[in-house]
Design a protein around this ligand. Structure first.
Ligand SMILES: [Zn+2]
Length: 82
């Protein structure tokens, strides 16, 4: 992990750069990816670069349109009555 020379926009806490798991949803599909984010040590808020957010949006619209052939299937998602 790496300390960032910038403060959290939410609480002013210290930011670090680290790999996080991000879940994306589109339609009835979901994808998980490992991505570098700036994470606040104080409140836990995650920040992503505009390029990464743009890629998230592209993946979400592919999920929504069922264009999932290039994604690796890793399991099934279930809805559980709770
Ligand atoms: Zn914060």
């Amino acid at each position: 992990m790496k300390y960032i020379d910038e403060k959290c926009a939410v609480c002013g806490g210290q930011l670090i750069e680290k790999k996080v798991e991000k879940l994306l949803r589109g339609g009835r599909n979901m994808a998980s990816l490992n991505v570098t984010a700036e994470v606040c040590l104080h409140c836990g808020e995650r920040f992503y670069t505009p390029e990464i957010i743009e890629r998230f949006e592209k993946i979400e619209s592919e999920l929504e349109r069922e264009e999932t052939r290039k994604f690796q299937m890793v399991g099934h998602a279930f809805r559980v009555a709770f």
